[in-house]
Ligand binder design. Structure first.
Ligand code: GTP
Length: 339
């Protein structure tokens, strides 16, 4: 007889909405709750996995593509079964979907899953308060995912005005009828809320998961990700901060998301710089290199109509000649965008 099923909670949301930030917050504040994590990156460098590594009880990372297309139900079952080993003592499993995943497909796989120790625990949809309107216009199907949400985290509310927030709330309430909406800055919501989410209301109306919807023919080519591509760039040579800022100022309009680590190697600034761009937003965070970690730049660029060779060449041109001789103002353009 199987014991209690471990709930598997999906965290979904468009590129850069704040899923990894939310996950890190949950991991940091979950207290005694042991969380197993499945991280999915779009792109073959596992930036998200790197950004949560070290905090988790047990992690499976799936690189190289979108979780909903890369695994079939048995693949997902195998990953979950690993995390659900009784010896791991995991209380809840959180699956961070890639920013281009279709959660319906994952819900379907979880509902069809055969592992007796795990069961579907709900969909948490992260909405980017700044980008939501634009994303909704470009990708109506993403807004449609909200109707499957059991809870919505309306994130980055620090970056919108009270009026914008009120308008956004109205839209999200309409798109996710009955789902609780949690306004958040940096994903800071009470984990108890997401792991023990309220029962669905009796009349779940349009949010109800219909098997017809979920079992509908799933054609990956119709996903948003078929229009998106990811470009990886790595460099062992430090990058020149002014040159990199020049690249960022002049990045192609289709380049929606960049994330990864940058190595400048300038005296006083030899730490790792984590770079995030989402739409027009650019932010660096400093972090220590882990012991044994190579001091190198590793970036993933995600967008539409990208010229991969040109982007790689332009980034390669940012390599610094002699970072140790950089003048004292060299880092200023980067530090202006460093949190
Ligand atoms: N100002 C502000 N920035 C935020 C907030 N939440 C996240 N960010 C920033 O937004 C950027 C993207 O956050 P991530 O958590 O990496 O987003 P993600 O959804 O995991 O991204 P993908 O996996 O690429 O889809 C990072 O620079 C975060 O620091 C917030 O509430 N306010």
């Amino acid at each position: 007889m199987a014991g209690r099923q471990i709930p598997v909670v999906l965290v979904a949301g468009f590129l850069g909405s704040g899923k990894t930030t939310l996950l890190n917050h949950l991991l940091a504040t979950a207290g005694g709750t042991r969380i197993g994590v499945v991280v999915n990156d779009f792109g073959s460098i596992n930036i998200d996995a790197m950004n949560v590594a070290g905090q988790v009880d047990s992690m499976v990372s799936l690189g190289n593509g979108c979780l909903c297309c890369a695994v079939d139900a048995s693949g997902l079952d195998a990953m979950l079964a690993r995390l659900a080993e009784p010896s791991a003592g995991i209380d809840v499993i959180v699956v961070e979907c890639s920013g281009l995943a279709d959660p319906r497909e994952l819900i379907r796989m979880l509902l069809a899953g055969e592992d007796p120790n795990t069961g579907y625990g709900g969909l948490v949809e992260v909405v980017d308060a700044v980008e939501f309107d634009a994303t909704r216009r470009r990708h109506p199907e993403f807004a449609a995912h909200l109707r499957y949400a059991d809870a919505v985290v309306l994130n980055k509310v620090d970056r919108v005005s009270a009026d914008e927030l009120a308008a956004l709330r109205a839209t999200v309430d309409a798109e996710a009828p009955g789902a609780p909406v949690l306004e958040a800055v940096r994903g800071q919501v009470d984990p108890a809320f997401l792991f023990d989410h309220p029962e669905r209301p009796a009349d779940t109306g349009p949010r109800q998961l219909s098997f017809t919807d979920l079992l509908a023919e799933h054609d990956c080519s119709e996903h948003a990700h078929s229009a998106y591509q990811s470009v990886e760039f790595t460099s062992d040579r430090p990058l020149d901060p002014r040159a990199l800022m020049g690249f960022l100022d002049d990045r192609p309009s289709g380049l929606y998301r960049m994330k990864g680590t940058v190595h400048f190697g300038i005296p006083g600034h030899r730490q790792k710089f984590l770079l995030h761009t989402v739409g027009n937003y650019v932010r660096f965070h400093r972090a220590p290199w882990s012991s044994g970690e190579a001091h190198r730049t590793a970036l993933v660029l995600i967008g539409t109509d990208l010229d991969a060779a040109d982007l790689r060449a332009r980034l390669a041109d940012c390599a610094a000649e002699a970072p140790e001789d950089a003048d004292e103002y060299a880092m200023l353009p980067v530090l202006r965008f460093t949190a």
